[in-house]
Design a protein around this ligand. Structure first.
Ligand SMILES: CCCCCCCCCCCCCC(=O)SCCNC(=O)CCNC(=O)[C@H](O)C(C)(C)COP(=O)(O)OP(=O)(O)OC[C@H]1O[C@@H](n2cnc3c(N)ncnc32)[C@H](O)[C@@H]1OP(=O)(O)O
Length: 455
């Protein structure tokens, strides 16, 4: 591995952003399902099993069959339902997450979760106050653990599943390995089951029984100089600074004719385009109009996440006024501690996109269809990088999901060390291709059949 690659790998290692425990994946010894004391008791597909039929694992239950009582909790702690509309309680959550969500990091960088980010992530249409579950120290009231659920409608191949997405599971660093996580998971399961929902989607770096898909993180440096300055990377010995800057420098102006910020009036047409694009994937989230509005135009109220620079959505309109493409990315920066000049590191994450470039072809893998879509995605995702850069983001992340493998190499996204596993709770499903070949490089030909992006 060259110096430059090594440095980039180091940079990428530090940028294992989503779900914190990504970097551990390679170090984990291989375990069998029986070694998972908690998970072997849950309705999940075991690691050894070959799925022969898709569908729920547990026998059907009714909400009345589920206990009304919270799970027992250790004497010094107590359950709390975090009211995320109360600024103080919301602050407790982001202090907990900012300080404890990401592991394996010297105390140089921290996620800079903001209230706006949480409002966007947790207050989606249909959100349930009861599903923001915390644990506090009885004496002091300090929040030491959290888990959340939001409602989603999933499509797994042709089956529509009313479900939840579980996210932001976190236990304070000093209280790790005390089996609190299984209690949090069981408590959120109880609360969700009480509303007659029996399936969940979740992701993580850790390998648990059993991933339905595995994707890899990729990262596109935008501001090489700053990434160097803050110690994320150093100048490779065989390159000049000018060469590295030239490699990653993007123009200020986007290239796609008709590109503009997505507006309220575009919602219906863009959702139609998006739904049609998503048909190609085997696992997707189905959005209602209201949900689409929330996830792509920001919050539900006037203090919208869009205005707070959390979610960025763009459409491309042709000369007849038809929307032909759309793309979106969100921002979740790091705070840089103890640096004299730089206080933040801007990080953009590719979210959803759609294009009609291959709609005239019945077959997704048709050579001409592939070439048209690749050309289009190269153009529009490059513009996404330009816009992210113009919005002061320093690096742009994408997974190997969706059709991403078509543009990742061309647009200079480097493969990261982290992998993200996708899991379904109480639902057996055949594996879904995550866009990786067996040697873990991008599968440019087949791309991915996973059409869902989780925060
Ligand atoms: C229908 C509704 C259903 C709803 C529920 C659906 C399921 C939702 C599932 C949750 C989806 C979350 C999605 C996200 O938010 S993924 C993000 C997870 N958070 C982080 O990585 C932040 C930093 N880490 C921590 O805060 C802690 O290390 C956590 C909280 C992760 C574990 O705490 P701790 O380190 O103190 O351990 P323990 O002694 O309490 O517990 C040990 C047990 O926990 C199992 N474990 C470890 N990590 C994870 C993990 N990421 N998903 C599921 N299980 C995990 C582990 O294998 C062991 O079980 P087993 O090996 O004995 O079997």
């Amino acid at each position: 591995m060259s110096d430059e690659q090594k440095k980039l790998e180091d940079l990428l290692k530090q940028l294992q952003l989503n779900n914190g425990n990504g970097p551990k994946i390679n170090a984990e010894p291989v375990r069998g399902t029986n070694d998972f004391k908690f998970w072997k008791t849950q309705p999940v597909t075991s690691l050894e099993e070959e799925v022969t039929e898709e569908g729920p694992i547990d026998k059907p239950k009714k909400p009345e069959d589920i206990s009304d009582k919270t799970l027992p909790m250790l004497a010094e702690f107590e359950w709390t339902t975090v009211d995320i509309e109360d600024n103080e309680q919301l602050e407790d959550v982001f202090v907990l997450l900012n300080e404890n969500y990401v592991e394996d990091r010297d105390s140089e960088f921290r996620f800079n979760y903001t209230k706006e980010f949480f409002k966007w992530a947790l207050k989606c249409p249909g959100w349930n106050k009861d599903w923001n579950v915390g644990v506090r120290v009885k004496n002091t009231g300090k929040l030491i653990a959290f888990i959340s659920a939001i409602p989603v409608t999933l499509r797994v191949r042709s089956n529509i599943i009313k479900s939840v997405e579980i996210n932001f599971l976190c236990v304070h660093k000093q209280l790790r390995a005390k089996r609190l996580a299984p209690v949090l998971i069981k408590e959120i399961t109880r609360r969700v089951n009480k509303t007659d929902i029996w399936q969940a989607l979740y992701t993580g770096g850790a390998i648990l029984p059993s991933p339905i898909a595995t994707c890899r993180y990729t990262h596109r440096p935008l501001n090489w100089n700053k990434l160097c300055d803050v110690g994320f990377t150093a100048l490779p010995s065989n390159s000049t600074n000018a060469e590295m800057v030239a490699k990653y420098t993007l123009p200020k102006v986007t290239a796609t004719p008709g590109l503009r910020v997505m507006e309220e009036k575009d919602i219906e047409e863009t959702l139609r385009l998006f739904n049609r694009y998503q048909e190609r994937f085997e696992l997707v989230q189905n959005f209602t109009k209201e949900e689409f509005h929330h996830w792509f135009l920001g919050g539900l109220d006037s203090t919208s996440s869009k205005d707070s620079n959390v979610i960025y959505s763009y459409v491309i309109e042709d000369k007849d006024g038809k929307i032909t493409d759309f793309f979106s990315f969100y921002s979740l920066p790091f705070s840089i501690l103890n640096h004299s000049v730089h206080k933040d590191l801007g990080i953009g994450y590719l979210f959803y996109y759609a294009s009609d470039a291959d709609f005239n072809y019945a077959e997704r893998y048709n050579e001409e269809a592939t070439s048209k879509l690749k050309k289009r995605l190269d153009l529009i995702i490059r513009d996404a990088c330009i816009l992210a850069n113009n919005s002061k983001m320093d690096v742009f992340n994408a997974l190997t999901s969706q059709d991403n493998a078509l543009f990742l190499d061309d647009l200079k996204f480097g493969s990261g060390d982290g992998f993200l596993n996708f899991y379904l709770f109480n639902y057996k499903a055949f594996p879904i291709h995550g866009g990786l070949l067996s040697n873990k490089s991008n599968d440019v030909e087949k791309r991915s059949n996973l059409g869902i992006v989780m925060l």
